[in-house]
Design a protein around this ligand. Sequence first.
Ligand code: PLP
Length: 431
Amino acid sequence: MTTAASTTVFEEIESAVRTYSRSFPAVFATAKNESLYTADGSRYIDFLSGAGSLNYGHNPEPVKGALLDYLAQDGLMHGLDFSTSAKAEFLTAFRDLILKPRGLSYRVQFTSPSGTNAVEAALKLARLVTGRTNVVAFSGGFHGVSTGSLAATGSGYYRQGLENTLPQTTHIPYPDSPLGKFDSIDLLKMLLEDPSSGVELPAAVLLETVQGEGGVYLAPIPFLQDLREVCDQYGILLIVDDIQAGCGRTGSFFSFERAGIVPDLVTLSKSIGGYGLPMALLLIKPELDIWRPGQHNGTFRGNQLAFVAATAALRHYWSDGAFAEQVVKKGALVQECLERRVESRFGAEVRGRGLMYGIDLSPVPGLEASKVSRLCFERGLIVETCGRDGEVLKLLPPLTISQVTLSTGLDIIISAITDLATDAECGSTTS
Ligand code: PLP
C-alpha cells in the first residue's frame, strides 16, 4: 500500500486522543457534495457531514467559486479582528438574510473558531452581565471540552478525572432522555423558588434545543416557551447552543425558531463558516454587549476564507425559504422511511427533526449501534453513534443531499440493521 493510502503513520505518531479515524479507518483524499473518496479510490456516502460542519456538502460549487476568486485576487487571509471587506460582506449578508427576516437584532461576536470557544464566551458574558457564577445546564447536553464548556457538558466520559476542576454548574434532567420524559420546568422552578434548595440563582440556563451528542433528544415547544418565561421572571439569561442544530440542520436556520422564542445569547459554529472552514459566533442581545475591547479575544477570530464561504453560502441557500423547505421535505422522507422500516419492524426508537435523526437501538435486544455503524462503513456509508453509551445511530447527511443518495444511505443502514438483527436472533457471534 502506498504511504498516502496507509494508516500506519497515524497509528505511529498521532495522539491516542483521535476518534473518528478509529471508527472510520480509511485515508480520505477527496470529497464532493455528499461523498468522500479514499486515496485508493473507494467512495463513501457521508451521513456525518463533519459532525454538522458540512451542511452544504463537500466543496459545494456555489461556494467554491467565491473562494477561488478571493484567493486569485490575493484577498487578505489573516486579519485578527480588523475590519475587512470579507467580514463586512459576511456581516451584511448575515444581517440582511438571517437576522432581519426573523426580527432579530443580535450583535455578532467573533470568537476563536471552535464551537467550545463561543460557549466559553457566552458563559463568561452571562456571568459578567449578571454578576452571578452558577449556570444551569442539562444532563445529556454537550457544549465542548474546554474547561468552562466542559463544566456544562453532562457526559461522564468527557468529565471523568476532571470533575473537581469544573466550575459551578447545576445539571438538571432534560425533558426527554433514556430515563423517559421529565418535567424539567417544575424542577427548575422549585430550585429557584426554594431559598434553601442549595442551588444559587444562576447567571444563565444553557441548552441545545435538540441534544446532538446526548442521543438526539428534542426539547418540546411548550418546554422551550416555559423556559423563556422562567428565565425572564428570574432575570436569568437564556443561552441556546445552536452549534450542531443550527444553520438549517433542523429545517429552519435557527433551531429555536419552531418555538417562537428569542434567546439572550446564541452560539453558532460548525456550518456557519461554510465549506467546513472554521468560524464561531456568539450572538448577543445589544443591551447585553458589555464586553470591554479585547476582553475575550483570540488570534484566529478573523478567518477571511470562512467569511467568504459563509457569505456565498448565505446568499445561495438562504436568500429565500426554498432551501429550508427542501430540508423539511427530505426530513419527512427520512422519518417516514425509518418509522416504517426500522421502528415498526425492529422496535428501535426514531427521533429527530429536519435532517438530524437518531435511531435509538437500545430497545432492540442484541443490536449495538457501533456494530451497525461499522457494517455501514464496510458497505460505503459513514454514520456515527451518539448517546450515553453510543446506543444511538446519528444521521447528519448534508442538507444538500440528493434524494437518490439519501435513499441509498438509508438502504445501507436498514440492510445493516436487518442483517445484524437476524444474526442476533440466530445467536451468531460473527458480527
Ligand atoms: N456545542 C455543541 C452543541 C456541539 O455539538 C459541539 C461539538 O460537537 C460543541 C458545542 C463544541 O464545538 P467544537 O467541537 O467546535 O469545539
